[in-house]
Design a protein around this ligand. Structure first.
Ligand SMILES: [Zn+2]
Length: 96
């Protein structure tokens, strides 16, 4: 269970950040699309990416120990060649 936590957290973070980074260019590109129907599709796609990011972050980007939501920028240390996150609320190391 705990062994999976770190990988799970990392994946959630990766996917949610990809959604965030995709939503911005998609929304920007949609401005220059002349066709209304294509524009609507692009905006909808961009917005759903943004919503996916918010939902993923809100639901799953949490400390497994205290359950509080983690900040976007989290302190990361490397110990024994493993990347660890440190929860700013309870100061516990979120390990593998
Ligand atoms: Zn915590």
């Amino acid at each position: 269970m705990v062994k999976r936590t770190m990988r799970f957290l990392k994946n959630v973070r990766k996917i949610s950040l990809i959604c965030l980074y995709l939503s911005v260019p998609i929304n920007l590109v949609s401005i220059f699309i002349p066709t209304i129907s294509m524009k609507v599709i692009m905006i909808a796609l961009g917005e759903s990416m943004l919503i996916a990011f918010i939902i993923l972050t809100f639901l799953f980007w949490k400390c497994p120990y205290c359950g509080k939501r983690l900040p976007i920028e989290i302190e990361k240390i490397v110990e024994n060649n493993k990347e660890l996150y440190i929860c700013p609320n309870c100061s516990k190391k979120i390990t593998q």
